[in-house]
Design a protein around this ligand. Sequence first.
Ligand code: ATP
Ligand code: MG
Length: 433
Amino acid sequence: MKYQRPKGTTDIIPGESAKWQYIEQTARQLFQKYRYSEIRTPIFENFEVFSRTSGETSDIVTKEMYDFFDKGDRHITLRPEGTAGVVRAYVENKLYGPEIQRPFKTFYMGPMFRYERPQSGRQRQFHQIGVEAFGVDNPTLDVEVMAMAVNLLRQCGLQDLKLVINTLGDAESRAAYHAALMQYLEPLENELSDDSKERLHKNPLRILDSKDKEDQKIVDAAPSILDYLTPEAAEHFSTVKKLLQALDIPFEIETNMVRGLDYYNHTIFEIMSNSKAFGGHWTTVCAGGRYNGLVEQLGGPEVPGIGFGLGVERLLLVLEAEEIELPIADDLDIYVVGIGEATNEETLKLVQALRHAGYSAERDYLGRKPKGQFKAANRMSAHLTLTIGEEELRDGKANLKNMQTGNEVSVALRDIYTGFDKVYQNIVESEEE
Ligand code: ATP
Ligand code: MG
């Protein structure tokens, strides 16, 4: 019997995980500057949290849910996205209370699950880094959220990005647009894909998001929502555009963009890459928008919200395809070389002392000859080696060598144990001489 990971999942092994940590750390630091704090919600939720919010005609609900009945016959879903769970937690923990700052700004990172056909950039377990901000309807916040997403991708080294925006307006704009869209699509019903025929009477906006080539041709000539906005919705969108310009953030408007989830309104956006990772097609790495109404939908008060989700696997695919190296340093501070069996105890004490003093330290456990140990030190890019043989041990000394400069000094073991910082400073500064 051969054990294999489930289809559509990956193992993130050491080496690879360093890139993940770098991206997560970059995100944490950036979010801290924008004053977003972390929220950790369950990886599974009651089925209805997603089915009621994502939309009954969305791909997520119709095809991709990882749902099951637990031993207590509860209908459970592994979360396919982050927002609905965060909104559920926001309501359940009453984070809209008068004593809580508005906007209430929070971020999350972690695994999401969708039953998809696995392919490059599309997995069954994937990871998102996302943010949500509640309690402010001001378009300035929309722009700040988009700016933060763009900054995050840039700080991860991505340069060739495209920010695409659109608006879905408010309920009134949507109703007017819905009517216009129906008028346009109904005579074309027979030409639509089977999926879209189904969507036509349930949620025609979904057709704009169809991945079917023939549908897309029809969609290209569809009316634009921008012609059906109420004055307030138009005002919101024009402020967004004006403020993006004020921040010198380039953007494109795509009037047919709707997003894969039903809960959005007003500003929606995607940050896309046409990297060779995706065969040169424009592919979405980060997506989000405003969702005024979602908090109420999950039983909370009338509180607006906005957020985005970024696909970490897709970001990593682009970085790899574009040969963008993340500045990940895995150098070793000190390798302790022990010569002769008698030094075993002392080298153990030395690596422990060095680690406690705040340095990374490694030694040999395989009884290798000095030559083999130095080779290992080189492979680990050790900055220093500390060598101790039986004679040095007797004298209470060891040899410290700067591997960059070749400079070598004899140091008392006592000095290493009582204050290695000073010893370290001396040998490192010897570099500059
Ligand atoms: P798509 O149209 O590509 O299916 P979506 O509309 O379903 O995307 P969202 O729900 O907006 O995507 O998710 C936000 C981001 O999460 C996507 O832009 C992408 O980077 C990432 N993502 C979504 N689904 C997957 C998946 N199955 N595997 C890897 N990443 C994913
Ligand atoms: Mg999808």
